[in-house]
Design a protein around this ligand. Structure first.
Ligand code: GDP
Length: 424
């Protein structure tokens, strides 16, 4: 049985918390795409954690956490995160890493930063974690799969070939220091030593796990609108953020993914550049940012303030649709308790016409939000455990959005902690 937990919009919907909660019933939690470029915040009995690469099942001793082949594997970052959670008193998580995952190289980070520098005011707002150069190399077939770290002669030869072109770019395009072949080889050997204890044949592993009836949770990073095919291209990430990609990035037969739980936040936030129709500014945005999430809406990886906005039905419905959502987890609802009235974006006005369908990027950038204003509930809903106890206006807000999303909201999250959850 395979379930996916994925995001509907720009990311930061609270997927980490929902995965951490659902991990209690899972045997395996898998990261199947992305890299260390985004983060999950998890609050549980051990404390508060910012994870970038570690799967959110890492706090549960019954769970094996897998880094699937679809991930950009930043080896020092992964090892650091394992050490950090242990240092905070968490028992050593069970981790396995696919031998087919590709290795994020130190030069990927550099190229990411250099390219943003070159683009200057046209930059993508990259987290500079090396993700775009990494995936470019993967599909240009000059990436390194984990197993290659262990084949010394081959590795040396390949490094030589790969850095030839990298150094040409460094010299002539970016005017930056060149990569030293021997140094890179030594780094790769170190990476090999670091990752060796975790490496498995993930195809075989997953095949056996499913045959034995294990419960697998696929943990998505970012959200639908950052998907390179269906998102706000080119202001997207470089690997698919969709549940369907779990089939590739974790090697799971597509028909095994039975539940797709899409996490939808009760208001909007985004990091990086790109269209954001229901974005708000000034003191209105500052207040929502300050009250948002758990201690404010600031990036887990970069610490930069997130862009804020009202709930966007057009984007969220589309985001749920492209995921193939079977149920929605509606999060961070408690944060809205301070508002008298809550605007919700129900349509986009594009070129003089109102649409409910999410357009391609050109039209999206011209879209103006059409709002419907719903009454607030003006109380703190944290601590409430049953749906019926929520204030009427709060239930009306949920039910209005559920109708707009066209998929059932089965989980409501009313606080950052693991047990701040209302099941419907
Ligand atoms: P993710 O990347 O989708 O896991 O999201 P982030 O971790 O970046 O952002 C979610 C933030 O909201 C974190 O700080 C969570 O602790 C917090 N959070 C999650 N669910 C809730 C909730 O229901 N209420 C509040 N107030 N905070 C929440």
């Amino acid at each position: 049985m395979v379930k996916a937990v994925v995001g509907a919009c720009w990311g930061d919907e609270g997927k980490g918390k929902i995965t951490d909660m659902l991990a209690a019933d899972a045997d395996i939690v898998v990261r199947f795409q992305g890299g260390a470029n985004a983060g999950h915040t998890i609050v549980n009995d051990y404390g508060k954690f910012a994870l970038h690469l570690l799967p959110s099942g890492s706090f549960n001793q019954n769970v094996t956490n897998m880094i699937g082949n679809g991930v950009a594997l930043d080896i020092p970052q992964l090892i650091k995160e394992i050490e950090d959670v242990e240092a905070q008193g968490v028992p050593r998580p069970k981790i396995v890493v696919s031998e087919r995952a590709q290795v994020l190289m130190p030069y990927h980070r550099l190229f990411d930063a250099y390219e943003e520098e070159r683009l200057s005011d046209r930059q993508f707002g990259s987290t500079k974690s090396g993700i775009a150069p990494f995936f470019s190399d993967k599909f240009s077939k000059i990436g390194f799969q984990v197993w290659e770290l262990f084949e010394e002669d081959r590795l040396r030869e390949k490094i030589k070939n790969v850095i030839e072109v990298k150094n040409l770019m460094l010299e002539h395009i970016y005017h930056k220091p060149l990569i030293d072949e021997n140094e890179l080889y030594e780094t790769c050997k170190q990476y090999g030593e670091m990752i060796k204890p975790y490496v498995i044949d993930s195809v075989q592993y997953m095949h056996n796990a499913l045959k034995e009836g294990k419960t697998v949770l696929l943990e998505g990073q970012l959200g639908s609108l950052k998907d390179p095919d269906f998102g706000i291209y080119p202001m997207t990430t470089s690997s698919s953020t969709l549940a369907g990609y779990g089939s590739i990035g974790a090697c799971i037969p597509p028909y095994e993914i039975k539940e797709i739980i899409t996490v939808v936040k009760a208001y909007s936030s985004a990091v990086g550049a790109g269209a954001f129709v229901s974005e708000i500014f000034g003191s209105e945005a500052d207040e929502l940012r300050r009250r948002g999430g758990d201690g404010g809406e600031f990036g887990v990886t970069t610490g930069r303030p997130r862009r804020m906005g009202w709930f966007d039905c057009v984007a969220s419905r589309y985001g749920c649709r492209v995921q193939g959502t079977t149920a929605v987890a509606f999060t961070v609802l408690d944060v809205l308790g301070y508002l008298d009235e809550i605007p919700v974006c129900v349509g986009y006005e594009v070129d003089g016409e109102v649409t409910r369908d999410f357009p391609t990027t050109g039209r999206l950038e011209r879209a103006k939000p059409v709002y419907k204003v719903l009454p607030g509930w003006k109380t703190d809903i944290r601590g409430i455990k049953s749906y019926d106890e929520l204030p009427e206006n709060c239930r009306n807000y949920i039910e209005f959005i559920e109708k707009e999303l066209e998929v059932p909201i089965k989980i409501v999250s009313n606080g950052p902690a693991r047990n701040d959850i209302i099941m419907r």
